[in-house]
Ligand binder design. Sequence first.
Ligand code: PTJ
Length: 259
Amino acid sequence: MMGPEVPKNHPRYESLITREKLIEGMHQKIVAEAGLIAHGRGEAFDYILGEVTPAFALNQEKLAVITLLMAKDPVISVNGNVAVLCSREIVQLSQILNAPLEINLFYRRPEREIAINDVLTKAGAQQIYGIDPRNLESIPEISHQRRIVDSRGIARSDCVFVPLEDGDRAMALRNLGKDVIAVDLNPLSRTSLAATVSITNNITRAITEMVNFAKKFSKMNIQELEKEKEQFNNETLLQEALKFMSSRLEELASDQIYS
Ligand code: PTJ
């Protein structure tokens, strides 16, 4: 049920292909209807970034990878948008970081769990947490379906990577004493503000860059990782994200874009 064909020379080719993938993913039950709305909100912020990764975001990604490598039991939480946009890269990241993948959905439905499990398996995932009822438990601090977590994964993890998250769970996981790593193009979202490490970038670029950082940092010992980590501070980087966005808007406003 693919939509109209997108010509390769269209100036917004990449963006239109991404939208088509998400729409198709929704028809296949992978993506929640609200996933399309979430993507539109993210895209608006990506316009402000210029649809490229700024320097501050690379530093956020380095801090995220180092934090995941230093964790005892890191876990990567996967939802519908992530499965459609970057399944191969998320599987690769999981393998390099030795962090299991766990399907954890805001709009949890059995057909979606099966569809996402299929996508991850096709992308090379060998073990996927979050769907075997024998291993599921409930985190009372979370009020919606994301409370259902795997006892081998998020339940016992000290560091959860939650790309494209909703604010409630990020806060609940922090309140449980876990580190939370988030990717969210909106630096003002509750998720971005609650996370231990916030990455203000498009998930499609962030994950590829994180895979490259993970290859480099996974060769380091704990002392070397500590030393790298000292260079970065999450709050300062989040402030840089807002400053970058506001100066981009000022620049654009002073350019003669209408002439
Ligand atoms: O698959 P499910 O059922 O778990 O549902 C997933 C969604 C994303 C629908 C669910 O978690 C949700 O409703 O999330 P929110 O509260 O809409 O938040 C999503 C956040 O992701 C927003 O703040 C967006 O700015 C951001 N976002 C959307 N697309 C991207 C993004 N950030 C980075 N890269 C993107 N491509």
